[in-house]
Design a binder for this molecule. Sequence first.
Ligand SMILES: Nc1ncnc2c1ncn2[C@@H]1O[C@H](COP(=O)(O)OP(=O)(O)OP(=O)(O)O)[C@@H](O)[C@H]1O
Ligand SMILES: O=P(O)(O)OC[C@H]1O[C@H](OP(=O)(O)OP(=O)(O)O)[C@H](O)[C@@H]1O
Length: 232
Amino acid sequence: MTLKLGVPSKGRLMDKTFDWFAGHGVNIRRTGSEREYSGAVEGIAGVELVLLSAGEIPRELAAGRIHLGVTGSDLVQERIADWETRVVALEPMGFGYADLVIAVPRCWADVDTLDDLDAAAAAFRAAHGHRLRIATKYHRLVRDFLREAGVADYQLVDSQGATEGTVKNLTAEAIADITSTGETLRANHLKILSDGLIHRSQATLFKARAANWDGAAHDSFRALAARLGLDA
Ligand SMILES: Nc1ncnc2c1ncn2[C@@H]1O[C@H](COP(=O)(O)OP(=O)(O)OP(=O)(O)O)[C@@H](O)[C@H]1O
Ligand SMILES: O=P(O)(O)OC[C@H]1O[C@H](OP(=O)(O)OP(=O)(O)O)[C@H](O)[C@@H]1O
């Protein structure tokens, strides 16, 4: 079977993914017109490039429809239940860094830690009759993290973008989102809890356990891994 390699076809991880492979001696390139989603891997037989958005790659890996895929570790851990049973993180790639953090309004002088948040959440519920709202698109990671931390008196509200704006818009009291430079948090008068780092993400090359690893796919993988300098 052809070895299918899923790479981001657009978005912030695309160019650096292509550069990373080139820097490791493997030229992958888009083929066809600029708008056509097709691609090729030069010099290694039996490898097919599958162009997908970074957000779709976890699903394709989990289903075994691609053998290998590049995407952010945050997206894999958020979108695949028990991700380690479905994929193997082969290689962190050294770009696409972003931290998933919990942040609260900067003016909350008494809230700097998760314990403070827990106390504030209880007080909030007593005062308002509903739970403190945390806006995020990272539901699984946030729930798991807060459960471990013993914070229970909150509710998640879904936010698929402009999450930092939800506090100003009064649809949430706190947020959990990705930050890289910190500019968006600062501009929206939010501060990160001192122990509020949920996940440190970077672009990573993943291997799908459920893909069809027949002899041909395995041979192509060994050739690719050797070229990339990975243990296979
Ligand atoms: N400043 C940042 N903001 C958001 N994501 C970032 C940032 N820096 C790196 N990333 C990472 O980039 C990845 C998301 O990339 P991108 O938004 O291009 O993909 P996507 O979710 O497929 O996008 P799309 O909305 O176009 O489908 C995530 O793994 C995320 O951690
Ligand atoms: O720390 P910073 O460098 O300011 O970057 C963080 C921001 O970038 C991302 O948003 P994106 O641009 O992907 O838009 P989104 O709101 O649609 O997610 C992320 O969701 C933060 O809002």
